[in-house]
Ligand binder design. Sequence first.
Ligand code: HEC
Length: 243
Amino acid sequence: MLKKLPLVSLLMLLSVYQFSAQAEETVPLQHIKTNGTDYPSLQRGAEYFINYCVTCHGAKFVRYDVLEKIGLNKKQIEKNLILTGSKISDDMVVAFSSRDAKEWFGVTPPDLSVEARVRGPDWLYSYLKGFYQDDSRPSGWNNIVFPNVAMPHVLYALQGTQVLSDHADPQHLTAESLVIEKPGKLTAAEYNQFVYDLVNYMTFMAEPARETRIHMGYGVMIFLILGFALSFALKKEYWKDIH
Ligand code: HEC
């Protein structure tokens, strides 16, 4: 049994991962192909993320200097992207405390370090395009991909005000159920590009964090194996005179 333990835990982990990835995927998602080598897109995405998301969400497994990997130098990062007075070696932490956030929104906005790996790029893309006006919600917004979400549509000034179209079926909302009632600063194509860049960046951002977790996992495994070997040796030592 002991020999099979690692295999069993691996299978359990995989099934949990599968489950969380598949949950809530009732709405057909819009597909995008992220590109981790498109630096201009990633740089724009980083800027959008820091300007529009870090007020509420942290990315505590991501340090600002990771932006050097997408072609930005220290000066550019410090001058244009660090808005909170943090140092370049600091993590991207939220501007206000999670207690305040909980009071305002009813839920704490989750950390987004590895969100792109949890939900996937298609989900994120569809989510950021899926907000619509709904006066029955405390924030005034709802979302076709995440029904009754507590997050307000923080990008509505760019996208415009989206509403459900007259022939939308409330039981089966899709991207086609939505129409722009009042245009925002960006055209539909520009907004698509904006959201694409943002998701592209979030996908890139989740990778380095993932590497750290994998390394941490190996560290823990080695520690456990060493610990086991040590206690086994000790046990033998203790019992050898008794037998
Ligand atoms: C005004 C605060 C606020 C801002 C700004 C904000 N969010 Fe949120 N966000 C929230 C809250 C609150 C939730 C939790 C929603 C819930 O669980 O109902 C959330 C949830 C999310 C989720 C879903 C998390 C999950 O898997 O459950 C994603 C993805 C997300 N936000 C992305 C973003 C992105 C990208 C930006 C920047 C464009 C952003 N948010 C800006 C408050 C905010």
